[in-house]
Design a protein around this ligand. Sequence first.
Ligand code: NAP
Length: 238
Amino acid sequence: MEKLTNKNVLIVGASGGIGRETAKLLKQSGANLFCTGRNMTNLHASADALGVPQQHRFALDVSAPEQVNAVAASIHAEVGHIDILVNAAGIGIIKPLEQLTHDDFMQSLQVNLVGTFNLLKAFLPPMKEAKKGLIINLPGVLGKTPMAGAAAYSASKYGLNGMLKSVREELKRTDIRITNIYLGGTDTAFWDTIDMRVQRDKFVSAEEAAKAIWFLCQQPSSGVVSEMVLQPFNHQAI
Ligand SMILES: NC(=O)c1ccc[n+]([C@@H]2O[C@H](COP(=O)([O-])OP(=O)(O)OC[C@H]3O[C@@H](n4cnc5c(N)ncnc54)[C@H](OP(=O)(O)O)[C@@H]3O)[C@@H](O)[C@H]2O)c1
């Protein structure tokens, strides 16, 4: 297993949900953590509890390339390159097509798909120079299995899946790994605004999802975990 001690780890979307829980585990394992969020009250609360230094906390909207580039410049000036990037930022707009607005659709693409593109453009080049790195993304099972009401979300996540698989091909002859974790329903604030009858008590917990990501951060140096699927026990969709 790869050790996490002093590894430079960036968690994008560490202000809530799965990202926040992942930050706890990675910090406890000795990672040199960098965290981003949009809601800085939430980000500071979690970073204070973990002892993440102020200069390792960033306000970031991933859909804004200039913000992503500024954060990357600041981090690269300090540590050269990121060893592990966990991209836990994302939004879920789940509604039937007749209720879905153009704005809903574009926002889903901007955050979930274009946001990840912005991160790849900013953080991959120094990884390539260093000839190593790990990028963990969370396309979700709705990035490979359809569900009614998920037209915008699935469009963004299927797109993400395709983009990441294509980039993985480009990186084949490097030591940079792209790992995708496909989570089923996970009990976070993600579901607070979704008008759908779901049994959140049967969902995967954010803590268990974070444990899976923690494991993926330590995958063997001689191999790569390309994909992991973690779903609620009674929802085995794929
Ligand atoms: N929960 C599930 O059932 C589930 C299942 C499969 C996959 N996923 C994926 O897992 C990821 C994390 O979801 P979650 O359940 O932890 O949701 P969450 O609790 O709502 O947390 C989402 C995180 O993403 C950040 N974020 C949202 N929009 C952003 C933007 N434009 N720029 C930068 N950061 C942004 C949020 O920051 P602020 O709060 O600071 O705005 C927050 O830290 C998402 O990509 C989601 O699609 C979730």
